[in-house]
Design a protein around this ligand. Structure first.
Ligand code: NAP
Length: 247
C-alpha cells in the first residue's frame, strides 16, 4: 500500500514556459539514486498522482523532480501553480530499479535521456558509484528546443570534478544550435558521431541506461542491438538497462 507524506514546496523553478523543477522539503524514507516517487495533489477531493524520478541525490536536503506542464493535463497545471510554502503529497518510500546496482560492470557507461528524463541521471551522477565503477561516462540529452537543455551549471560542475571521465552530448531536434547535434539519438549512434565525440567505441564493454520517450527507448535499443548489445534483465544480464515508468 502506498504511504503518503506531506511535503512543502521550497521552489518551483521555471526553465521555460512549460518545463520546470520542483524542490520539495519532506521527510521520506531512505532511497537510492535512480528511483522514482509519486506526487499527489487533491483535485475536487480526489488525490491525483503521477510518477516522477528524483533529480536529487538521496543525501540532498531537498527533494527535486523535473516536470512538463501539459496545460490540458490534470495534475501538471496544478504543479505549475505551486509556490513556496504550498503543500503537496509525496510517497514516503521511493521505488524503482533504475539504479546502479542493476547495471552490470563494464568499461563505459552511456546515460541516454530525452526531455525531463535527464533528472534521473543527474541524481545518479551526483553520487560516487557511477564514477567509481566506470572509466568513462557519456551523458546524452536529446531535447526539442535549446532552452530545454537545463541544469547546465550542474553539468559544468560535474565536468570540472571529473574532467577526463565525462562526455556530455546534446542533441536538439527542432532548433539549429551551435555545439549540439541536431537529430534524434539513434542517428548519432548509427552514424558513429556520438562515439567519435566521446572518443569511445560501442562494444561489449559498454553499458547503456535509457530513460525518456518510450519510442526513443525502442528505437535506440534496436540501434544498439545492431552493435550486438542486448537488454539487461535480472535473469539474463545484458548491456541495455531501461526505465519504463513513463507509460
Ligand atoms: P519528447 O517529445 O519525447 O521530445 C524530446 C526529444 O526526444 C526530442 O528531441 C524528440 O525529437 C526526441 N524523440 C522523440 N521520439 C524519438 C524517437 N523515437 N527516437 C529518438 N528520439 C526521439 O519529450 P518532451 O519535449 O520532453 O515532451 C514530453 C511530453 O510533454 C510530450 O508528451 C509532449 O507533448 C509534452 N509537452 C512538451 C512540451 C515541450 O515544450 N517540450 C510542452 C508541453 C507539453 P523530435 O523533436 O524529433 O520529436
Amino acid at each position: 500500500m502506498e504511504e503518503w507524506q506531506q511535503g512543502e514546496v521550497i521552489e518551483n523553478i521555471k526553465w521555460t514556459s512549460n518545463l520546470a523543477s520542483l524542490k520539495i522539503k519532506a521527510d521520506i524514507m531512505p532511497h537510492q539514486a535512480g528511483q522514482f516517487t509519486k506526487i499527489g495533489l487533491k483535485v475536487n477531493d480526489n488525490l491525483i498522482t503521477r510518477a516522477y524520478s528524483y533529480a536529487s541525490a538521496p543525501d540532498e536536503k531537498l527533494l527535486e523532480i523535473i516536470y512538463i506542464n501539459i496545460p490540458t493535463g490534470t495534475l501538471s497545471p496544478k504543479l505549475h501553480q505551486l509556490k513556496k510554502g504550498d503543500k503537496i503529497q509525496i510517497m514516503k518510500q521511493a521505488t524503482g530499479y533504475f539504479t546502479m546496482e542493476e547495471v552490470p560492470d563494464g568499461k563505459n557507461l552511456w546515460m541516454v535521456a530525452t526531455g525531463t528524463a535527464l533528472g534521473v541521471f543527474l541524481a545518479l551522477l551526483k553520487t560516487d558509484l557511477p564514477w567509481q565503477r566506470f572509466k568513462k561516462i557519456v551523458l546524452v540529452h536529446g531535447v526539442r528546443h535549446s532552452d530545454e537543455l537545463i541544469y547546465q551549471d550542474l553539468i559544468q560542475e560535474l565536468n570540472k570534478t571529473y574532467p577526463n571521465q565525462l562526455s556530455y552530448i546534446r542533441t536538439v531536434t527542432r532548433d539549429k544550435v551551435a555545439d549540439c547535434f541536431n537529430y534524434r539519438i539513434p542517428i548519432g549512434i548509427e552514424s558513429r558521431d556520438f562515439q567519435s565525440y566521446a572518443n569511445i567505441e560501442i562494444n561489449e564493454d559498454s553499458q547503456f541506461m535509457l530513460c525518456g520517450n518510450p519510442q526513443m527507448i525502442k528505437d535506440t535499443s534496436v540501434t544498439l542491438n545492431s552493435f550486438g548489445l542486448k537488454r539487461n534483465r535480472r535473469a539474463k544480464p545484458g548491456n541495455i538497462t531501461v526505465e519504463r515508468y513513463w507509460l
